[in-house]
Design a protein around this ligand. Sequence first.
Ligand SMILES: [Fe+2]
Ligand SMILES: [Fe+2]
Length: 281
Amino acid sequence: MANSDAPAPTAPPAHGPTTKSLKEGGTIEPVREILWGASAGVRKYETAEEIPPEMRKLIIRLMVVQADTEFASIQQHRPWLDSAPTLEDRWIEARIVADEARHGLQACRILRDFGEEGQGMIDELLKKTEGHHKLEAFNMKFDRWSDAGAFCCFVDRVGVYQLRAFQECSYGPLARAMPLMLSEEQLHLNFGASVLRRMVQDGPKYYGDKAEAQASVNKWYPRALDMFGHSHSETSQKAIALGLKRWTNEEARAKYIQEITPLINGIGLELPDPEFDRHIL
Ligand SMILES: [Fe+2]
Ligand SMILES: [Fe+2]
């Protein structure tokens, strides 16, 4: 039976050589046209110079928020680099910090393409200290080890939804940055879930206990849901029309809740109501 969520099969091109598989010596066709929004079908933007002013403003804004979250999370993880419970946990913390630094660099490289204006934003971003970032989730400390686990499981997962929303977007350099960032983020998510799982299943034999893990779930889940932004945001509508983002804030938040609920329940923890302790609705 056809799955209604599955993308419609694309017809083979009418002209040109038959597409070969990679094994047969074929190559992957880069996506050159804008896939959704008001300019669907038109060639993607490839340089900052050709981007219309409204879109330029939005890309700069989105990249500033993106880079800010990457740099902020380095500050949040830092104390646990040499105090996480096991050697493996410390190594993964170090990996995560290196990945987030690279993601911040990647967002700043896109900002740099916007000349002086972009460079000015980067200079401001680099001055920001702990507790002075844009989003609340990135101004909160990891008070206990379970916070590091819950942060990766909940907050990094929102980050993945934001990155997936940019996949194959209308600005080529941004679209091409997504696959590597997404594969690195997958490690962070898996690690977060594994910290919570080990706390619940192994308790003090590993570190902490189920109650501590649950307290961190209650602390980070509402902040993660807030990160998607206002349900009726005009900016998110604009981003879709410009071919930059795929989903509205509310659509992305609903997908996220659907994904994370069975995961957390499977670990033996409970999610608070999605309305609990929310600051942005
Ligand atoms: Fe990241
Ligand atoms: Fe991450």
